[in-house]
Design a protein around this ligand. Structure first.
Ligand code: TRP
Length: 341
């Protein structure tokens, strides 16, 4: 069976873009693949985090993953830092990747430039931010993942993961599975409601542009009513010329299981398109909110799910890391019989 792995950073609330662009697909994939999904808290600390906030965001992210339909009985759901082999393998891969390869990562260049520009806490660029792709490669290779569903912004990290795995295999013998990226189709790309040429994001300039999946329905409705469109009046799917209207159509289509172009055929007015899109989104989010409320009322159940996931993930991770260490020439640790007194 195909192995799938993906990760989400436990920072901020999950929005419609995360759900339609990624999490919804994760929930589908769990049924036809052996799926591993994690909250990547070790990646989150490449930027300084408030400890209390990191803890609650990690818990919140795990609750969100369950709420969107990831079933801990069907897939393996875990917190990255609960599986210590990730950091162990990351070191082996840091010694396999080159400085030049890491330097070419555009995400590092962007984040470092922003931090140096003073947007980030303490104007501090950690070494972890630089070696981040080695940790991400470890996340993937440790589960022998065949397929990695990620957004387009992670394509370069995936390519690097493949290169590092290939280099390791050619140096030390066949050890890792070479993973393929699974980049979602453009249809699943949700844009900011206020600035429809930019992707919906957690750090959007206008909170009105981003819709959280647990947001109050009245807020959701208001955000759609105020969504930016254009000065024409024709409802047509044309992302280049009509990014706002096209975004509404792709959201409506995604929420009702149609293509954006099909959704367009039923509308002639922006107002009705907006209210119908809001209604479809609210209906789609309702069961997710209900599941979240259920989990919030039962913290012991969430803790149990997290513990089970860690054990399942670690059982797999141990085997791969032992294989990689042996291939590299580390001396195996021999258990000695206990000497009785
Ligand atoms: N870097 C990814 C992001 O920022 C998160 C991530 C970490 C990830 N490890 C991963 C994604 C492994 C897929 C597979 O979105």
């Amino acid at each position: 069976m195909t192995r799938v792995l993906s990760g989400i950073q436990p920072t901020g609330d999950v929005h419609l873009g995360n759900y339609l662009g990624a999490l919804r697909q994760w929930a589908i994939d769990q049924h036809d693949a052996d799926a591993f999904y994690c909250a990547v808290d070790l990646h989150a600390v490449t930027i300084q985090q408030d400890p209390e906030q990191l803890r609650s965001a990690t818990l919140g992210t795990m609750a969100t993953l369950v709420s969107v339909g990831l079933d801990p009985e069907v897939c393996t759901l875990f917190v990255q830092s609960h599986v210590p082999q990730h950091t162990e393998l990351s070191w082996l891969l840091e010694c396999t990747v080159s400085l030049g390869e890491l330097r070419r990562m555009t995400q590092f260049k962007d984040k470092a430039a922003r931090a140096e520009g003073g947007d980030q806490r303490g104007d501090h660029v950690s070494a972890g931010l630089f070696t981040y792709p080695a940790l991400m490669a470890a996340d993937i290779l440790i589960y022998d993942a065949d397929r990695v569903p990620v957004g387009d912004d992670q394509r370069q990290h995936l390519e690097l993961t493949r290169d590092v795995a290939q280099r390791f295999n050619s140096r030390y013998g066949d050890t890792f599975v070479i993973p393929d990226a699974a980049i979602p189709t453009v249809g699943a790309r949700v844009m900011d409601l206020q600035n429809p040429t930019a992707k919906m994001s957690k750090s959007s300039e206008s909170p009105q542009g981003s819709v959280g999946i647990f947001e109050d329905p009245a807020h959701v409705a208001r955000k759609f009513t105020r969504a930016v469109t254009d000065s024409e009046s024709e409802v047509r799917y044309d992302p280049e010329v009509k990014p706002g209207v096209s975004n509404l159509l792709s959201i409506l289509g995604a929420a009702t299981g149609r293509s954006a172009a099909d959704a367009a055929a039923s509308y002639s007015q922006y107002g009705v398109l907006k209210t119908d899109t809001a209604d479809a989104v609210i209906a789609m989010l309702e069961p997710i909110k209900a599941k979240k409320a259920e989990l919030d009322a039962d913290p012991a159940e969430l803790a149990r799910i997290i513990a089970v996931g860690a054990d399942k993930a670690e059982a797999v991770a141990c085997v791969t890391v032992a294989r990689a260490k042996e291939a590299m020439g580390f001396l195996p640790k021999q258990p000695q019989p206990k000497v009785s007194a």
